[in-house]
Design a protein around this ligand. Structure first.
Ligand SMILES: *Cc1c(COP(=O)(O)O)cnc(C)c1O
Length: 237
């Protein structure tokens, strides 16, 4: 078995262990493999090991990979998780199945406009700035409900839930806090009548804390593909 296959097994084991401890079904936690900066070979290894959903941050890089796999692997699903520039919304709407990083109404409106009618609805999560960081994308917690109610009404989009990228922390209890906040916001939207089912939270170093707070999608990069090397400049200008 190669490294990527072993790493995937290791992550699946971590998911299984924490789910067992807190009595959640492993089937309620989906593993999104974050393949940014890694090429088709690494992705193909993960596919061979059974992985079907991939997360990408940079639009041009992602589209190259999506097109590479589209003919032979139409069952792969691609999730946009990186920060979104308005001039990339058309390309995103044409190529991805999910977008986790919608952080303003204008972006959602453009995705709705550009989503091709022949494709299924684009699945949407709103990104929330849970750690209150000044230079970070994401809606402030008090903006979430008004924006969610608007996004839920847009055609060709389906609002599924919330996403966050908290400040990294080592201590488990510290890791849990921002995830707990995202879960509270999520429950509040459900109480407001929105049929949401997705909490996208938890990465390589904090997935256990996220699962304990109800994560339904965890986004793992380094834990599967190893360290990233940002050699080439990206397309985002
Ligand atoms: C890169 C990235 C991840 C994966 O992070 P790792 O620490 O490599 O697991 C998850 N979510 C987002 C939004 C990312 O940009």
């Amino acid at each position: 078995m190669n490294d990527i296959c072993l790493n995937l097994q290791n992550i699946q084991n971590r998911i299984a262990q924490v789910c067992k401890k807190i009595n959640r079904s492993v089937h309620d936690v989906q593993l999104l493999a974050v393949s940014k900066t890694f090429g088709p070979d690494a992705i193909a290894q993960a596919v061979t090991a059974g992985q079907r959903t991939f997360g990408e941050n940079y639009v041009a890089e992602a589209v190259t990979k999506i097109q590479h796999f589209s003919a032979h692997r139409p069952e792969l699903h691609w999730h946009m998780i990186g920060s979104i520039q308005s001039n990339k919304t058309k390309t995103i709407a044409q190529h991805f199945q999910w977008v986790h990083s919608v952080d303003r109404l204008k972006i959602a409106q453009k995705l709705s406009t550009y989503r091709p009618e022949l494709l299924p609805d684009l699945q949407i999560c709103l990104e929330v700035n849970v750690s209150n960081e000044a230079n970070k994308g994401g809606l402030a917690p008090d903006e979430v409900k008004p924006v969610a109610l608007e996004v839920a009404r847009l055609p060709r989009l389906q609002l599924r839930g919330l996403m966050c990228i908290p400040q990294p922390a080592v201590d488990f209890e510290v890791q849990r806090k921002p995830f707990a906040l995202l879960r509270e916001l999520f429950l509040d939207l459900q109480r407001a009548g929105l049929p949401l089912d997705t909490l996208s939270m938890g990465m390589s170093d904090d997935l256990e804390a996220a699962i304990c707070e109800g994560a339904t999608i965890i986004r793992v990069g380094r834990g599967i593909f190893g360290a990233r090397h940002y050699g080439k400049p990206h397309d985002e200008t």
